[in-house]
Structures are given as structure tokens and as C-alpha cells.
Design a protein around this ligand. Structure first.
Ligand code: HEC
Length: 142
């Protein structure tokens, strides 16, 4: 029943705090569940294989990849094309290197409907840096 008391500020405040606390606890639970699912899926993922190459550009690319791209491209969750996953990379490699460079430098929101941030999120990387990381990832994944 609606009474005048219900609209007293103290009541309204208590109600708001309770609602907020409820929302916060729900979203926390969701995050925990998502983290557990992520951990399980990562465990099931095949181990990472990161070979070395004689070509110094590819080795420079590997260094850049480890520092900037690994966090997303080390697993195949949420559509991230995992390094070394030939099946995931085939349609991407088929677009040609220039398209891959462009998407890695400018950013890309594509076939996985997930964001590939410009330069992997590191503005300090030069075009050549990003291209070498792309070259390394493609070389390992073709
Ligand atoms: C924050 C996560 C994240 C980081 C960091 C990241 N990527 Fe990506 N990348 C993605 C996602 C997600 C996709 C797939 C996008 C899609 O298809 O919707 C992708 C796709 C790509 C593609 C394929 C583009 C295409 O046309 O299919 C290349 C090449 C690429 N990334 C290179 C890199 C390089 C090089 C780096 C490091 C400098 C890097 N990525 C760092 C998330 C990331």
C-alpha cells in the first residue's frame, strides 16, 4: 500500500542502496562465472607453439607480438583468431597481407564481430612494428 511515509527521503535512500547492492552483487557473480568459463576454455585450448625463424624481421615481429598481441591472440575465445590456428587464419590470410596490415594498423571489427584495436592498442608501435607482428602471426598460422 502506498503511504506518505514511503516517500520520506530515508526510506527512498534505503531502497536505492538495497537495489544498488543487489545489482552489484548480481553483476559480480556474472563476472566470476565468466572468468571460470574462460579459465576452463583456455585449459582446453591447444598449447601455444611459438617457433623461431632465421629471418630477423620475423624475430622482431615475434618480440612485438609477445609484448602487444599475445594477450588476445594466444587463445581462440570470442572469435580471437589464435596464433597457429590454421583453420581460423585461412580465410583471413586469403584476404592478402595488405588487408591484414591495414586491419592491424587501423583496427578492425570484422568476421568475429569482436574488436581488433588499432595497433593492438599500443599507439607507440610504428607501421613497420605492427606489420612485422602480422608477418610473424601469419607465418606461424599458415
Ligand atoms: C584486445 C585484443 C586484441 C589485441 C591486443 C590484438 N588483437 Fe588482433 N584481433 C583481435 C580480434 C578480436 C580479432 C578478430 C576481429 C574480427 O574478426 O572481428 C583480431 C584480428 C586480427 C587480425 C586479422 C584481421 C583480419 O582482417 O582478419 C590481425 C592481422 C591481427 N588481429 C593482428 C594483431 C596484431 C599484429 C596485434 C598486436 C600488435 C594484435 N592483433 C593485437 C583482438 C586483438
Amino acid at each position: 500500500m502506498l503511504t506518505k511515509d514511503m516517500f520520506k527521503p530515508a526510506f527512498v535512500l534505503t531502497f536505492l542502496i538495497a537495489t544498488l547492492a543487489f545489482i552489484v552483487s548480481c553483476s559480480k557473480e556474472k563476472v566470476v562465472v565468466e572468468e571460470v568459463n574462460l579459465a576452463k576454455a583456455v585449459k582446453k585450448d591447444k598449447p601455444l607453439v611459438l617457433p623461431d625463424f632465421d629471418d630477423p624481421t620475423l624475430m622482431k615481429g615475434k618480440e612485438i607480438w609477445l609484448a602487444n598481441c599475445k594477450k588476445c591472440h594466444k587463445h581462440s575465445l570470442s572469435g580471437h583468431p589464435k596464433i597457429g590456428d590454421k583453420k581460423a587464419w585461412a580465410p583471413r590470410i586469403a584476404q592478402g597481407k595488405e588487408v591484414l596490415y591495414k586491419h592491424a594498423i587501423e583496427g578492425y571489427w570484422g568476421m568475429a564481430e569482436e574488436e581488433m584495436p588499432p595497433r593492438g592498442g599500443n599507439d607507440d608501435l610504428s607501421d613497420a612494428d605492427v606489420k612485422s607482428a602480422v608477418d610473424y602471426m601469419v607465418e606461424v598460422s599458415k
